[in-house]
Design a protein around this ligand. Structure first.
Ligand code: TXA
Ligand code: MG
Length: 317
């Protein structure tokens, strides 16, 4: 196990030094915990893929301290990218833009585009500033596993490959950032649903003529996100979505629990998402035969929750 440290000035300096030396650091963000490395250090980025057991063609998100740093990693900033960044950064929106040639190909899985975001968590922003370099950071879970929303969710095998983990407390958002592609002119395509909803994006782009394409839509050109596997974000215990749980069933409910293996989640999308992974991590550690999830509402604000639940079952339809 690597050390879990509070983000004091001294520990932040240790973490920044580790990044500059090409080591990996467990990083709190407002969405989920990530494995941070210097995005310009090929070896450190390779070690990141290895730590996760992630295929090399699945690109990493590059994290900046500020919008003004975007040109360090982007060769060009499309208008839609600029409008969305100005509105949602710092925050849980990742924007795919053309890549700066100096950024190593390993970081972007060989693509000529790069996914970028400015995280909101103060510890993340302080570390990026102190390290003095953009940080690549995939979620700190083994490939296909459940993302950590607390420092102690990072599992031992992976944690042992990190120099240290900064403990920034539980993540506020609790699901990964929304990913949008702004490469195709006139369009913004949502590649991964997240806390920033389609309606939020449409509101900002209203009147600009940009077309916003929903996550999973098949219109337009076939550009897609290499990391969108059908089975993903999954606990080890099989998971199934049902209308209601019986008194003997284990899982997530939207009403007071009927037994100790039922956990009640809030009936609103944001607090539900904030607690979803933590409750799944908890249930996953109990050695249950199956986790049942009471079907939440299907309205727009629940899109990110539904996306993660469907992927956790391994069935998108
Ligand atoms: O909330 C988050 O985004 C967290 C925290 C740590 O910031 N990070 C995260 O990273 O979820 P990761 O690596 O687990 O997911 C990155 C996603 C993948 O689906 C990947 O395929 C997609 O972003 N992606 C990265 N670069 C891309 C690119 N150039 N084009 C299209 N999709 C890209
Ligand atoms: Mg991930």
């Amino acid at each position: 196990m690597s050390r879990i440290l509070l983000p004091t000035a001294e520990n932040l300096a240790l973490a920044a030094a580790a990044i500059r030396e090409g080591k990996l650091v467990g990083l709190p963000t407002e969405t989920v915990y990530g494995i941070a490395a210097d995005a310009f250090n090929e070896e450190a980025v390779r070690a990141t893929f290895e730590a996760k057991g992630r295929p090399p063609e699945n690109p990493l998100i590059v994290h900046l301290a500020d919008l003004s740093e975007l040109e360090r990693v982007a060769s060009f900033v499309p208008v839609a990218a600029y409008l969305l960044a100005a509105q949602f950064w710092p925050g849980p929106l990742t924007i795919v833009v053309p890549k700066q040639p100096q950024l190593p190909a390993v970081t972007t899985g060989g693509l000529d585009t790069v996914a970028v975001r400015v995280p909101k968590h103060p510890v993340a922003r302080k570390l990026i500033r102190l390290a003095g370099t953009p940080l690549s950071a995939p979620s700190a879970n083994p490939f296909m596993g459940l993302s950590p929303t607390r420092a102690d969710h990072i599992e031992g095998n992976l944690a042992s490959q990190l120099e240290l983990i900064l403990d920034g407390g539980p993540c506020d958002v609790g699901v990964e950032s929304t990913v949008v592609d702004t490469i195709v002119e006139g369009r913004v395509r949502i590649l991964r649903a997240g806390a920033v909803s389609q309606a939020d994006i449409e509101r900002i782009l209203a009147g600009t003529g940009f077309i916003v394409e929903a996550a999973g839509s098949s219109t337009g050109e076939p550009r897609r996100s290499p990391g969108l596997y059908v089975r993903h974000y999954a606990p080890r215990t099989p998971l199934r979505i049902v209308e209601r749980l019986g008194p003997e069933d284990a899982g997530l409910v939207l009403h007071p629990p009927l037994n100790p293996n039922q956990i009640e989640l809030p009936r609103r999308a944001k607090p539900y998402a904030a607690n979803l992974y933590a409750t799944l991590h908890d249930l996953d550690r109990r050695g249950l035969g199956e986790i049942l999830v009471q079907s939440p509402p299907e309205t727009g604000p629940w899109a990110a929750v539904w996306d993660r639940l469907r992927r956790a079952t391994g069935k998108m339809h």
